[in-house]
Design a protein around this ligand. Structure first.
Ligand SMILES: [Zn+2]
Ligand SMILES: [Zn+2]
Length: 365
């Protein structure tokens, strides 16, 4: 039996109950989750707007834990290993992995997005009925089954109830900054939420010169200041483009968009320095939204690109981020505003909706 938060249907509170978890089959691993962060993507599943969530489901994708048991054919992990589940796997042999040009690995995407494991079946059941997996991770269960290719083994001395945030938010922001920011760059970040503040600290680690934050909510300044923001622009003043150009002497070297509003995406592009400025899109737009860009906005050297999970190949690349945290260069603990037992997960999401928390972490201890 495994204590779990069950999402029975959209817009219903989680039911906390014991569920049954089958043992690992070929290529699969049974993991005991120690802690899991609550992320906005889980909220989209709770609210019913996530098309890859099949109900009833066990949500959660920002966890960390220990290997309990390996299935047949698993060769890279053993019982006792500390792991972070990856919603983006790294199989190492598909066209995407072999390209060395992307961290996207779609080898098990089709089954993952149907809420089942790669063999087409789930391992969870409750009251005699199957429960679906979510994002291939389902970290809101004390015990979960994850494919070997979707587990990053990490050093055993890293505290699991902190590095769990490397499973999504922290890596997404910090990795994106480390990918595109060079020493001495002027950087602008639109949206200082969970991703934006991690871009700020990633840009600081990369040695950026100015790190300019833009947000409608001045209350978000505090943590961004702590993480290395050098300037703040209140977006409600309506003079963002001019202010960025003034602060940077003509435009940002790199602009990051983390709000998901297409108008802001366009503004981020316009803030980029002509000739080389790079605009990185991280915010997720409403369904069917389009972004209009006149060709001249990019013809003279600007680049628009996206970033997924910080450009990090999870199995081979996540260890670097754990090291940054253990060396005191990356702050994760400052992001965790609330720690809750799994029984209080509903309160955790209520605080997220109300904007009262930055990151809540639930634990099974
Ligand atoms: Zn997430
Ligand atoms: Zn692959």
């Amino acid at each position: 039996m495994s204590l779990a938060a069950i999402c029975v249907a959209p817009n219903e509170p989680f039911v906390i109950d014991d569920i049954h978890v089958d043992g690992p089959r070929a290529g699969e691993v049974l993991v005991e989750i120690v802690a899991s962060g609550l992320c906005h993507t889980d909220l989209t599943a709770i609210e019913g707007s996530n098309t890859s969530c099949v109900y009833p489901a066990v949500l959660g994708h920002e966890g960390a834990g220990r290997v309990v048991e390996i299935g047949p054919g698993v060769g890279t992990l053993a019982a006792g290993d500390h792991v972070i589940p990856l919603y983006g796997p790294e199989c190492g042999v598909c066209k995407m992995c072999l390209s060395r040009r992307t961290n996207l690995c779609w080898s098990i995407k089709q089954t993952r997005d149907r809420g089942v494991l790669p063999d087409g079946t789930p391992r969870f059941s409750w009251r005699g009925k199957s429960l679906h997996h979510f994002m291939g991770t389902s970290t809101f269960s004390r015990y979960t089954i994850v494919p070997e290719i979707a587990l990053a083994k990490i050093r055993p001395d890293a505290p699991l109830d902190s590095v769990c945030l490397l499973g999504c938010g922290v890596t997404t922001g910090v990795g994106a900054a480390l990918d595109d920011v060079r020493e001495g760059d002027n950087v602008v970040v639109f949206g200082l939420g969970g991703i934006g503040v991690n871009i700020v600290q990633g840009a600081r680690i990369a040695g950026a010169n100015r790190i300019i934050g833009v947000d409608l909510n001045p209350a978000r300044r505090t943590i961004a200041d702590d993480f290395g923001m050098t300037d703040f622009i209140d977006a409600s003043a309506g003079r963002t483009l001019e202010a960025v150009r003034d602060l940077t002497g003509g435009g940002a070297d790199v602009a990051f968009e983390c709000t998901g509003h297409v108008k802001v995406m366009r503004e981020a592009l316009d803030c980029c320095h002509v000739g080389w400025g790079t605009c990185v899109l991280l915010g997720v737009e409403p369904r069917d939204a389009t972004m209009a860009v006149p060709p001249v906005a990019v013809r003279y050297g600007r680049t628009v690109k996206g970033s997924y999970f910080g450009g990090v190949r999870g199995r081979s690349g996540l260890g670097r981020f754990v090291d940054l945290y253990m060396d005191g260069k990356l702050d994760i603990d400052r992001l965790i505003t609330h720690r809750l037992p799994i029984h209080e997960i509903n309160r955790g999401f209520e605080m997220m909706v109300k904007g009262e928390s930055l990151r809540s972490v639930v634990s099974f201890a």
